[in-house]
Design a protein around this ligand. Structure first.
Ligand code: RP5
Length: 174
């Protein structure tokens, strides 16, 4: 049974939103993913969200670009925590979506991550779920250790090569 529901406004959101799915998979968290839309499919969006809790979902991640009302509409229909992902669309580099998602009215919050930061939405969802799940908390701790090891590896290489050679190596790898 899925614990996290990922909902997005369009298939054009999928390449970015799939990063959330990948991270949930890495952390061994079950999820489901749907395309719906606050504007083009309002009934589907409402139905999905209203029934989310009874189907066992514990956290919802909603991504949208432009006039990004989807996360807010989702939050209006449930008391589950909703994490919003503002997506870069056709104008203003995603700032329109960021403001639309973050500026919710009092009483109906959407926990908003950075523009296109779908991976962070998955990490936040995992952190919420880990409050009552010790195994997951351990997996999250390992994930954070991996992040720290990545930094350490980069710094070690920088100390070995110096900045000029380091950047040259990065360019060569492109
Ligand atoms: C929003 O409009 C979607 O979330 C998407 O980011 C954006 C553009 O959708 P398409 O026109 O590509 O379907 O509803």
């Amino acid at each position: 049974m899925a614990r996290v529901g990922i909902i997005m406004g369009s298939d054009s959101d999928l390449p970015t939103m799939n990063k959330a799915a990948e991270l949930l998979q890495k952390l061994d968290i079950s999820y489901e993913m749907i395309i719906s839309s606050a504007h083009r499919a309002p009934e589907k969006t409402a139905e999905y969200t209203r029934t989310a809790m009874e189907r066992g979902l514990e956290v919802l991640i909603a991504g949208a670009g432009g006039a990004a009302h989807l996360p807010g509409v989702v939050a209006a229909h449930t008391v589950l925590p909703v994490i919003g992902v503002p997506l870069t669309a056709w104008a203003t580099d995603g700032m329109d979506a960021l403001l639309a998602i973050a500026q919710m009215p009092s009483g109906v919050p959407v926990a908003t991550v950075g523009i296109d930061r779908a991976r962070n939405a998955a990490v936040l969802a995992a952190q919420i779920l880990s409050v009552g799940d010790e195994q997951l908390r351990k997996r999250l701790e390992e994930y954070k250790e991996e992040l720290a090891a990545g930094v350490e590896k980069k710094d070690h290489r920088l100390q070995q090569l110096g900045p000029v050679q380091y950047l040259r190596e990065q360019d060569d790898a492109k």
